[in-house]
Design a protein around this ligand. Structure first.
Ligand code: ATP
Length: 328
């Protein structure tokens, strides 16, 4: 392995997601394993600009593998979007002797890293941390599996009350541009219909499906709606629309919101975080840079940051068909 990198910085950036702490732990311990220094960069790129750094050793990441959020804190930095801001960041990194960094975040954070790499030829690696699973080059982003489990758990609880009162619930889940959470959690929780940004079900088909559901003797109905669903109505507008057109239904709305981003990471996310962290550090030590470390068909793979940013991980259309069959 190349010895040119001796000190690696690690930061979390953009929205937090469960599994970020497990990834920080993995990066720190992999550095220690290879006798490389590791520096925690606090508050994302803003902390990089301000030199908010702290040395991290294997014992400084005790007992965080199971914790949601991020011990390094996260932030959105407007200043890093400017050449002046990035120059300050470069000066702070150089002053501290940091010669590469690993950013755990979403596509915005990767864009910042790529621009920085192009400007300063500074070695960077990305680890995908976002619950939306909307990044090309990885079948799973950190936090996605945990978010799915959280959503399924909550919908199970909502169904208890829905079936006690013969109600229809619209449950809004996160996913402005990608319906991964809605589709998978919807199938897992037995939703009657799932509305996602990638497919326009159409209002008429939704009504038809709900009519059929009632006629077939179902005692409750759950419709999972992705934030950015294509049907073009908010969950509250959908409620009004259905109540106007199907007066036999008593409709309620539940917007799950930020609870989906919190909580202890699932075992899957902890293992994934550990694997991605190891690969990110070792790839830098092998002289690689400007990649995202992801997982595809259970193999840890590198994808150029540029591709990871521009592409997206598509939903599996077979899942849409499975969902239709399950809601018969
Ligand atoms: P999430 O999926 O939660 O939105 P993200 O990483 O996409 O995560 P962003 O807010 O888009 O979150 O980006 C995080 C940070 O990355 C920004 O606050 C900014 O500091 C940096 N960043 C994003 N885009 C750019 C850019 N074009 N140039 C420089 N820096 C950027």
């Amino acid at each position: 392995m190349s010895k040119s990198i001796t000190k690696i910085g690690v930061l979390t950036s953009g929205g937090d997601s469960p599994g970020m702490n497990a990834a920080i732990r993995s990066v720190v311990r992999t550095c220690a394993f290879h006798n490389i220094e590791c520096i925690g960069i606090y508050r994302g790129y803003q902390g990089m600009i301000e030199g908010d750094f702290k040395e991290m050793g294997p014992r400084s990441v005790n007992n965080i593998v199971n914790k949601g959020g991020t011990v390094l804190k996260s932030a959105r930095s407007v200043e890093f979007r400017t050449p002046e801001g990035r120059k300050k960041a470069y000066e702070k990194l150089t002053e501290a002797g940091i010669d590469a960094f690993i950013v755990i975040g979403g596509d915005g954070s990767f864009t910042g890293a790529e621009i920085f790499n192009n400007e300063y030829n500074f070695p960077v690696m990305g680890i995908p941390g976002t619950i939306d699973n909307d990044i090309f080059g990885t079948s799973h982003t950190l936090g996605y599996d945990t978010a799915l489990n959280t959503v399924v758990d909550v919908i199970d609880k909502i169904r208890d009350t829905a079936s006690s009162h013969n109600r229809l619930f619209f449950v809004e889940v996160m996913g402005r541009d990608a319906g991964h959470i809605a589709l998978n959690a919807g199938i897992g929780a037995g939703a009657e219909e799932i509305l996602i940004p990638e497919e326009d079900l159409g209002l008429e088909r939704l009504l038809e499906s709900l009519r059929k559901s009632k006629a077939s003797g179902k005692s409750s109905s759950i419709v999972v709606v992705s934030e950015g669903d294509k049907i073009g109505k908010s969950v509250f507008e959908l409620k009004d629309y259905v109540e106007e057109n199907l007066p036999e239904y008593e409709v309620r709305v539940s917007v799950l919101g930020h609870m989906q981003r919190g909580g202890a990471p699932s075992c899957f996310d902890r293992v994934l975080a550990s694997r991605l962290g190891v690969k990110a550090v070792e790839s830098l030590l092998e002289g690689k840079s400007n990649f995202m470390v992801g997982i595809l068909k259970d193999v840890i793979e590198l994808t150029p940051l540029e591709q990871a940013i521009k592409g997206e991980y598509p939903i599996d259309l077979e899942l849409v068909r499975v969902s239709d069959i399950m809601s018969i």
